[in-house]
Design a protein around this ligand. Structure first.
Ligand code: F6R
Length: 606
């Protein structure tokens, strides 16, 4: 949450910062600001406002700003409401900074360092600026080290000191910062999307190290005073993957990318027809030495875990649990050295998932992370990592990251079944061969977008919606329902079809549309009975079902035929269809599909 950028070099920094902030805006978008260092040093000029980066651009555009060093921020409010004063950067004495994270002991610090009377905002970040200023006696390293020893919480700080023009400093705990040298200067940011147009190499700033950048150099020093060499990583996605490419919204573009993302992943992670994770150094012992699996994740990633659970239980015959990472530690989880914990996360930065992973590891579990963003905190914390390689996902609502997780769970299940002897080599190859048909099925769904747009028209006026399904279809309904509520603000509830009679049927009227998902052969007859139940209570039912089912369904539900693939893989075309449904409801309502209210893409606060 919150996007940070800093640059010092030959370019006009205002443009570098504003362009970068636009790309980081998905991390938070309620206010934005920049601090630009004047050539002669002294206090940087700060421009900030509540609103979007576009509003900040207007504020900055009015002036001729030629500075070449500065920092910027786009905010997702935690402490203090959304207003100009609470926008970052915050200036306190010699210090101007931007912050991502939460300082938990901010009240204590304000009292200890007599800051309360001097504050202009309601933020914990300004208090931190006050503490940095308190300790600043001309040596940034000492100041940062002493200040950090006072802080409780998570943070990524990017700091300017008034007497160090052209230099930018940074320190972090949990909240991410990446940095890079470019041909025309050095820069840092919350993630690589903001720096990808200037460089192909970057590194993740390690926690509790002081980063100093000037126009040409990068210095990294640990808290024992030892200089360390950055571990450089490659940016391996094409630059245009973080651009809209002619689509009105990133969400539509990212949905369209899904077949290719999945086809590429299946190519990259298979060898001789079998799933193969050797390139990523994931050993089969991880799969053979465990007696149970525990998936920890949040939101859509957790829904991917639920589909994975259905597959793993079916083929591996071992206990598989899926836990909401935010609840995990508070429910006395039973994990030990026989547990394989799988942490699933697009960003790799979700704090709840990271903490759950750490907890499971502490209790002896072996760990595997399913991650999109390379070098992210969860990837670094986990014993082994499988990357989904979906490329940058900018829309807040997850689409391609989620379906790439689903596809990876399919491959993972097959490899585990093969390694554990549940599948023969031939069975595994047949499974993978069928999986490779999925990208084409997803293309067919995307080609049917006009029909789904038409279906969106049937539910657009609804206040409440139910999405129902059984087995794996229930987890798909959960994801479809999350997508709809987050981008269209319609209250949508996913329910296991068989549970309706145990309460929620009381809410079904002719004003409550029901979206039914029916893709699992062995559950169809029961699912059709449930559909009849809601229809007979007046609900308008929209059915997303396998082609063969739609053909057989005599009740005449309005619906969308999903191309037939193996039942285990139907989650992929079904997910794509429900994503389109949410997308069209939102865009037809005139909402900013990519930036739903109150949300941010990367959730680094508990
Ligand atoms: C929903 C969505 C969120 C994320 C969740 C976890 O569309 O994007 O529910 O799935 O915040 O985020 P990651 O995967 O980054 O851990």
């Amino acid at each position: 949450m919150c996007g940070i950028i800093g640059y010092t070099g030959k370019r006009k920094v205002r443009d570098v910062l504003l362009d970068g902030l636009e790309l980081l805006e998905y991390r938070g978008y309620d206010s934005a600001g920049v601090a630009l260092v004047d050539e002669k040093g002294g206090e940087p000029s700060v421009y900030k406002c509540a609103g979007r980066v576009a509003d900040l651009r207007k504020v900055c555009q009015e002036k001729e700003l030629a500075q070449t060093c500065g920092i910027g921020h786009t905010r997702w409010a935690t402490h203090g409401g959304v207003c100009d004063e609470n926008a970052h950067p915050h200036r306190f004495g010699q210090v101007t900074l931007v912050h991502n994270g939460i300082i938990e002991n901010y009240e204590e610090l304000a009292a200890k360092y007599h800051l309360t009377e001097k504050l202009h905002s309601q933020t914990d970040s300004e208090i931190a600026a006050g503490v940095f200023d308190w300790f600043y006696k001309g040596d940034p390293y000492d100041c940062i080290k002493q200040t950090v020893s006072e802080l409780k919480g998570t943070f990524a700080f990017v700091i300017l000191f008034a007497d160090k023009p052209d230099k930018i400093y940074s320190v972090r705990n949990v909240s991410p910062i990446v940095a890079a040298k470019t041909p025309e200067g050095t820069m840092l940011a919350s993630d690589v999307t903001a720096i990808g147009r200037y460089t192909k190499k970057y590194f993740v700033v390690p926690e509790y190290h002081v980063l100093e950048i000037d126009k040409e150099n990068i210095t990294l020093t640990d808290f024992n005073g030892k200089q360390t060499e950055p571990e450089y990583l490659d940016i391996d996605f094409a630059l245009n993957m973080s651009e809209k490419g002619g689509f009105p919204f990133y969400m539509e573009k990212e949905m369209a990318e899904q077949p290719k993302v999945i086809a590429d992943m299946l190519e990259e992670k298979t060898k001789d027809g079998l799933p193969d994770f050797s390139k990523e150094g994931v050993p089969d012992e991880l799969f053979t030495d465990c007696e149970n699996v525990c998936v920890v994740a949040c939101g859509s990633a957790m829904h991917a875990g639920l589909a994975g659970q259905s597959m793993m239980k079916k083929f591996l015959h071992i206990p598989v649990t899926v836990e909401l990472a935010s609840e995990f530690m508070y429910n006395d989880p039973v994990v030990d050295e026989k547990t394989l914990v799988i942490a699933v996360s697009q960003s790799g930065e979700t704090i709840d998932t990271l903490e759950a992973l750490k907890y499971a590891k502490k209790h002896g579990a072996k760990s595997l992370a399913v991650i999109n963003v390379k070098g992210s905190s969860i990837a670094r914390e986990s014993g082994a990592v499988l990357y989904t390689n979906a490329g940058p996902e900018i829309a807040v609502a997850s689409t391609k990251a989620y379906t790439s997780q689903l596809a990876l769970f399919c491959l993972l299940t097959a490899r585990m079944a093969y390694a554990r002897g549940n599948f023969t080599a031939d069975e595994t190859r047949a499974f993978v061969q069928d999986l490779k048909k999925v990208p084409t099925a997803m293309e067919q769904v995307l080609a049917g977008k006009d029909r789904i747009h038409h279906i969106a028209g049937r539910i657009i006026e609804a206040k409440d919606i139910f999405m129902i399904g059984r087995g794996m279809d229930y987890s798909i309904a959960m994801e479809g329902s999350l997508k709809l509520k987050e981008v269209s603000y319609i209250h949508s509830e996913a329910y296991a079809s068989g549970e309706l009679k145990h309460g929620p049927l009381a809410l079904i009227t002719e004003h409550t549309p029901v979206v039914a998902v029916a893709t699992q052969g062995r559950l169809l007859s029961k699912e059709i009975s449930n559909i009849r139940e809601v229809k007979s209570r007046g609900a308008d039912v929209v059915l997303f079902a396998k082609q063969s089912v739609i053909a057989e369904e005599k009740e005449g539900c309005f619906g969308f035929a999903l191309p037939d693939v193996r039942d285990e893989f139907m989650c992929l075309p079904a997910a794509a269809a429900l994503q389109l449904l949410a997308y069209y409801v939102s865009s037809d309502k005139g909402f900013d599909v990519d930036k739903p209210r109150n949300l941010a893409k990367v959730v680094t606060v508990e």
